[in-house]
Design a protein around this ligand. Structure first.
Ligand SMILES: *Cc1c(COP(=O)(O)O)cnc(C)c1O
Length: 225
């Protein structure tokens, strides 16, 4: 495992995929998911020039953001309402807004505007968090009441399948939903971004419009898993 080499490979793949898809490579932000690795790996990633990082547990998020505070940190993964106060003011981007009780608690605890991705469970798998595509629009409309929440985009996790068409369909649906929300012109929900694509499916996600890919295993490894 060599983070610098992985970073170079993935960066090249992002560039090639974007070129083929008629997109600019700088439209895609690579986020290193460090939940399964030690600080040594995080430091390798820093040395390689990676600028954006993600953790999924509030405690780990706060620790790492504290240690490497000059980088951009993304909180991914579901957030329990009672954990909001511990973490929310350290969040640069939150990728898992999926319910009103959470929005309400963020409104109560946040001392700044929080950039949020609304999580959508496009595939409808029961094991996954997120709103259904049908619920998402009404939910986003209802966020108008919360002054601290800015909806910068939508996020999804694709199902754990190999079938490319299923993955592509999932990403495409999220993009269509994003376009719909964008079209509403809500001042608190510019909804420009699409957080989708992980180690196994980021190429397809980019082809379908991803602006933020969350890559763990293929970039920094998974030594603690
Ligand atoms: C762990 C995780 C990732 C990264 O997964 P890999 O398959 O290791 O790239 C991305 N997004 C979320 C929400 C995760 O929890």
């Amino acid at each position: 495992m060599n983070v610098r080499e992985n970073f170079e490979t993935i960066t090249r793949e992002i560039a090639e995929t974007c070129k083929q898809a008629g997109r600019n490579a700088d439209e895609v932000k690579l986020i290193a998911v460090t939940k399964y690795v030690t600080d040594a790996r995080v430091e390798e990633a820093l040395e390689a020039g990676i600028t954006d990082f993600a953790e999924n547990r509030p405690q780990n998020y706060v620790e790492r953001k504290g240690k490497y505070s000059d980088k951009t940190w993304h909180l991914i993964g579901s957030l329990q309402t009672r954990k909001v106060r511990d973490v929310i003011n350290e969040v640069d981007y939150f990728h898992a807004l999926d319910r009103d009780s959470l929005a309400k608690e963020i409104e109560k605890r946040a001392e700044k505007e929080i950039k949020c991705f609304v999580q959508v469970n496009v595939s409808g798998e029961e094991s996954k968090h997120g709103l259904t595509s049908e619920e998402a629009i009404d939910f986003i409309r209802s966020l108008e009441q919360y002054s601290k929440i800015k909806v910068v985009g939508l996020m999804t996790m694709a199902p754990f399948v190999e079938d490319e068409e299923i993955l592509r369909n999932c990403f495409r649906k999220l993009r269509q939903l994003r376009d719909e929300v964008k079209g509403l012109d809500l001042p608190y929900a510019p909804c420009e971004f699409l957080s989708m694509g992980m180690s196994n499916d980021y190429k397809i996600a980019i082809e379908e419009g991803a602006t933020h890919i969350r890559v763990g295993t293929a970039l920094v490894g998974c030594e603690l898993k």
